[in-house]
Design a binder for this molecule. Structure first.
Ligand code: PRT
Ligand code: ZN
Length: 286
């Protein structure tokens, strides 16, 4: 029988949809599995299991699942023997220590002797130990942000993305303990067959990620400016240049990275480029 790669995905919550969508963009369709524990992909040797995110490190360590999608916050809090393979680029966040808004915060030493509420006791303890701070860790499983307001703690250590939860609870960020990315993790003892399937999946994930970070650009340029314009456009190898029907003009096609996108567009315009079109790329294989 052909081996199947078993992937653990969050059953419901912030990572569920992003995980299912990523697989879909990799050409791997899952039947709607919200109410099931397990579902099979139609067109890739893969089975998906739906779990609470906190349980995924254990299941991947025990080879109940071969790979899984979770936040690094959960990976490092769990301390399991699993390997982070690839950052996936969605639902990233940071684990922060936050204090009351009115409080003066002068670095980690301000936390000495304080009581800090968190669902991340392992990561918080490591931060406190690394900074030689003695503080009391009060572990709670949810609604950590209300702890200071009801007198349960002086500070909290929790995940932050937009910062609005802290703001609404009269708190402010004091320290970032971990920049946490959503990642693909794997069991440390995968068979050769499963490693080969994982490599195939990773190849697709990387093509999807690259495509998201890049845009296809088309523009018209006067021929006397072509050299300057081409220098601004690295492209995959080099830009494509085609003559326009109108004499003295060319059409230039290339690929631009999202990070330096606007800066390059401005320079292209300043160098005489016209009719600039920017198009999303679906997959990018280089
Ligand atoms: O049921 P299960 O245990 O599977 O789900 P869960 O409730 O534990 O997790 P869930 O779905 O809330 O989050 C899953 C993962 O999403 C986390 O482990 C993180 O890796 C990632 N993630 C990204 C976040 C956030 N952003 C986030 N903002 N997880 C939680 N939050 C919470 C945070 O705890 C706080 O309450 O959102 C609030 C802060 O958000 P902002 O935007 O107001 O700053
Ligand atoms: Zn959870």
């Amino acid at each position: 029988m052909m081996e199947k790669l078993k992937i653990a995905i969050q059953k419901s919550g912030r990572l569920h949809e992003g995980s299912v969508n990523l697989l879909k963009e990799c050409g791997i369709g899952l039947a709607n599995g919200m109410n099931k524990l397990r579902t099979e992909a139609g067109n890739f040797p893969l089975e998906a299991y739906f779990f609470r995110d906190d349980d995924i490190p254990q299941y991947v360590e025990d080879a109940v699942a071969d790979i899984g999608i979770i936040g690094e916050n959960v990976v490092y809090e769990s301390n399991k023997q699993i390997t982070v393979v690839e950052a996936l680029g969605f639902a990233n966040c940071r684990l922060c220590v936050a204090v009351k808004k009115g409080e003066e915060y002068k670095g980690p030493a301000s936390l000495n002797g304080r009581k800090i509420a968190t669902s991340y006791p392992v990561l918080l303890k490591k931060f406190l130990d690394d900074n030689k701070i003695k503080a009391e860790i009060h572990e709670i499983s949810g609604s950590v942000e209300i702890a200071p307001g009801i007198g349960l703690a002086d500070a909290i250590c929790d995940l932050v993305s937009s910062g609005s939860t802290l703001f609404m609870n009269g708190l402010k960020e004091a320290e970032t303990i971990l920049q946490s990315r959503t990642v693909l993790v794997k069991n440390n003892k995968l068979s050769k067959e499963k490693e080969a399937l994982l490599a195939k999946l990773l190849f697709r994930i990387q093509a999807v990620k690259k495509a998201k970070n890049n845009k296809y650009i088309l523009l018209n340029a006067p021929n006397e400016k072509l050299d300057d314009i081409i220098k601004l456009l690295p492209g995959m190898k080099s830009p494509t240049v085609l003559p326009l029907a109108q004499a003295g003009w060319s059409s230039v096609h290339s690929v631009l990275n999202e990070n330096d996108f606007w800066e390059i567009i401005e320079k292209l315009k300043a160098n005489g480029a016209q009719g600039i079109l920017v198009v999303p790329i679906e997959k990018m294989i280089i």
